[in-house]
Ligand binder design. Sequence first.
Ligand code: TYM
Length: 335
Amino acid sequence: MSKKIFSGVQPSGNLHLGNYLGAIKNFVELQSKKDTDCVYCIVDLHAITVKQNPKELRKNIRETLAAFIASGLDSKKSIIFNQSSVPAHSEAAWILSCVARMGWLNRMTQFKEKAGKDKEKASIGLYAYPVLMAADILLYDTSHVPVGDDQKQHLELSRDIAQRFNNDFDTKNFLKVPEPLIQKNFSRIMSLKDGTKKMSKSDPSDLSRINLMDDKDQIINKIKKAKTDTLPMPSEEENLKNRPEVKNLLEIFSSLSNQSIEKTKNEFSGKNFSIFKENLSELLVEKIAPISYEIKALLNDEKYLNEILLEGSKKANELASKKIKEMKKIIGFCE
Ligand code: TYM
């Protein structure tokens, strides 16, 4: 049976190495697999759960698309579109928010983190965000969802919502229960300044992350300034436990070079850390600088980018409007 892949990325600016290694790199690999249909979405409806400047949002949607294409996504192989251009996402989100339970949403740790201390001031959209994510996934009969580790809890919620809908309306497998596709080793890339914190676009320090738009000099500078310690590279994996920054840099190197952490560690074990950093910089420049260059080139061709979105939205609309129609029938809205 064919695999159906769906995933999404928020157009909130500053796409970074975590997004690339945790998600986009996998999107690219999946689109070339046999019997695999891929749908990749720029989730602009998710972005407005926090305040956005309309001009910036418009720019960020194109920037995210450019990052997809520059990383190797191909609109001939994958459906690529922005969420707000397919109305079924909003419709399904409402229906599913009547299926999801408050208790389930109250457990979502990302809401707690994002809302911070003043939950009363958070938008209702920020709270209901995982329900919209479930709508995204379930509209396309998705079998697998490639994401970074931070989205695991939201995916579990999508599974619960699908099962609850199927039970409530006695429609056995109408909503397909999706499986997460989370890589074992490189699913959580950490900040370059604090190895216990996730690399994130909202970190106020730009030195904490490698952005996909960074150029060669910025990459070299950030790796030079990345936090480490005075010890050499350890020879045992055990010794990495209390060195989260070192572990993170090793993981970044291994993921970029498609090799095991063990192999990377052996390559540099006992050597001075500066040698490893030099090699990591070179590797990052080799892999990320061309993406950065290509994103900037693509942003000059807005017509091309708009065409991709238009074509992708048409295809996504065809699939999603069929599913929402069936959903409405099941609920009793129409014959
Ligand atoms: P978003 O936009 O925050 O992140 C996009 C993808 O990047 C991954 N990611 C990371 N992976 C490893 N290390 C990191 N430091 C790191 N930071 C981000 C995320 O796990 C994600 O895969 N809610 C989602 C978007 C979404 C979605 C969906 C995803 C909306 N609908 C349906 C899958 C299916 C989000 O905010 O991702």
